[in-house]
Design a protein around this ligand. Structure first.
Ligand code: AHR
Length: 496
């Protein structure tokens, strides 16, 4: 298959907000206990944080991590997780049917963020609780001192405020599975009131309104229009959540899920702009895609109800999942003019790129690599990918481009990158990249993942699915020619 991509400095989608490479840690399964936190583990530091995990999180270069949920947050009493550990209560977590020991809480997470070189995106409970508890948490974490909650933080040994800048107003409040699920109107009201008092407590923070729990939600569209209609003026972002799975073992339809993802994003932007128009305001509502990933391998896995940190949602990802994760990330970047935040859900053990054994080793899942490449090399600005390539029809869609691609330009570092998934199972793609006004840029690296069976997966003993280097692509003046193997993930890096 022959393909063409044309890149020019003026064809810019937008500057990429680095928070698009965020992730997520929920009190769920072994994400916290046995994941990021495991006192007694050979790699644990003085705070009980697994340093082997921190090293891999740093490799992913994750600028922000959403916490503490997820469904968990809708029943969470944040006060349970601060102060002397021996006084913290064990609670039943109704979201996941487990017991929460509360030995890890807000301050531990903030310390972990410092060590992992990342920022916190904090979620408040608007399920079983409301604006009062939310603004108390902002006061606890962000106020300097001389008030009840900030002095309580100090008495817990944290003199300086944490200064958390980004706050989620609950989680998936449209979902019947959520503790304290709400109608769009009820949610819009509580979100507005919570956002108001949180911002009155600290006017430097930003808030994220919950959009629908997925595009498949019965109230999708209406939910956003109604809740945004109420809370638009006080909030800064609306959230999107979406997971995909290869449920019918049809790889071509599975990899075409990004057609739907693209449509989902487009629809949410339209709803935001509809409310903007109705309100006759200049304020543009941006998007926080704060849960996205592949999730289906571990559905219905049995576990001991009310146990602490059982194995839950431990998807082991295969090679085709890595191709979809790369394609999803590319789709998010194509909308980086509106998507400012995104969180790969999640980070460790629970539907995650990093997998640990409690008390044992660690490995990188297949999906680790496309995320790592884009997070490290896909900074700067995203370029409009003017791309021509063959298309295919599958059970789910027609006219699906075989290539999913985006290019980025980091002006400061004078580097460019092209990220591309070749979805064809049979054909290599020979892509001609025309660099137009990118004078003097030449390729210096072509990394790819290819040649694997689509069901190949990594394990602690055999983490064999990984990227490899290819010969540097040929350049003839401004034309760079790259061959991309069938069913492959590709990163082409260029510099001056
Ligand atoms: O990430 C796993 C779960 O998926 C989250 O807790 C919830 O928000 C979503 O339904």
């Amino acid at each position: 298959m022959k393909a063409k991509m044309t890149l020019a400095k003026e064809f810019i989608i937008d500057k990429i907000d680095n928070r698009i490479y965020g992730s997520f840690i929920e009190h769920l399964g072994r994400a916290v206990y046995g994941g990021i936190y495991e006192p007694g583990h050979p790699s644990a530091d003085e705070d009980g944080f697994r340093t082997d995990v921190i090293e891999l999180v740093k490799e992913l270069n994750v600028p922000i991590v959403r916490y503490p949920g997820g469904n968990f947050v809708s029943g969470y009493r944040w006060e349970d997780g601060v102060g002397p550990v021996e006084k913290r209560p064990k609670r039943l977590d109704l979201a996941w049917g487990t017991t929460e020991p509360n030995t890890f809480g807000t301050n531990e997470f903030m310390k972990w963020c410092q060590k992992a070189d990342t920022d916190c995106m904090m979620a408040v409970n608007l399920g079983t609780r409301g604006p009062e508890e939310a603004r108390n948490l902002v006061e606890y974490t962000n106020h300097k001192g001389n008030s009840y909650w900030s002095d309580l933080r100090k008495s817990h040994g944290f003199e300086e405020p944490w200064g958390i800048k980004l706050w989620c107003l609950g989680n998936e409040m449209d979902g019947a599975w959520q503790m304290g699920a709400k109608t769009a109107t009820d949610y819009g009201r509580i979100a507005l009131e919570a956002s108001k008092v949180m911002k009155w407590t600290d006017d430097s923070i930003e808030t994220v309104l919950c959009g629908s729990s997925s595009r498949n939600s019965m109230t999708f569209g209406e939910w956003e229009a109604t809740s945004l209609g109420i809370a638009y003026d006080s909030v800064d972002y609306v959230s999107l959540h979406q997971y995909y799975g290869n449920h019918s073992d049809d790889p071509m339809s599975y990899l075409a899920s990004t057609v739907e993802l693209d449509d989902f994003i487009h629809t949410v932007i339209c709803v935001c702009d509809f409310i903007k128009g109705k309100k006759k305001t200049k304020k543009v509502m941006n998007l926080s895609f704060d849960e996205w990933n592949v999730w289906y391998h571990s559905y219905n896995a049995p576990f001991d109800r009310w146990s602490i940190a059982p194995s839950l949602l431990e998807d082991i990802y295969n090679f085709e999942d890595a191709l979809l994760v790369g394609s999803m990330m590319i789709t998010l970047l194509r909308h980086c003019d509106r998507i400012k935040i995104a969180c790969l859900a999640q980070l460790v053990n629970v539907i995650a790129p990093i997998f640990t054994e409690t008390g044992g080793g660690i490995f990188k899942q297949t999906i680790f690599y496309p995320f790592e490449h884009m997070s490290n090399y896909g900074r700067g600005a995203a370029l409009i990918p003017i791309l021509t390539c063959d298309k295919y029809d599958c059970a789910a869609y027609t006219d699906v481009p075989y290539l999913e691609a985006i290019a980025t330009y980091d002006e400061e570092k004078e580097e460019m990158a092209v990220f591309c998934v070749n979805k064809s199972m049979d054909d290599s793609a020979v892509m001609e990249i025309n660099l137009l006004d990118f004078e003097g840029f030449t390729p210096f690296e072509h990394i790819s993942m290819d040649g694997y069976d689509r069901k190949d997966e990594n394990s602690i003993k055999n983490p064999f699915v990984k990227p490899h280097a290819n010969p540097v692509p040929e350049a003839d003046g401004k034309i760079v020619t790259v061959e991309m193997k069938p069913f492959s993930w590709n990163v082409i890096r260029l510099r001056k």
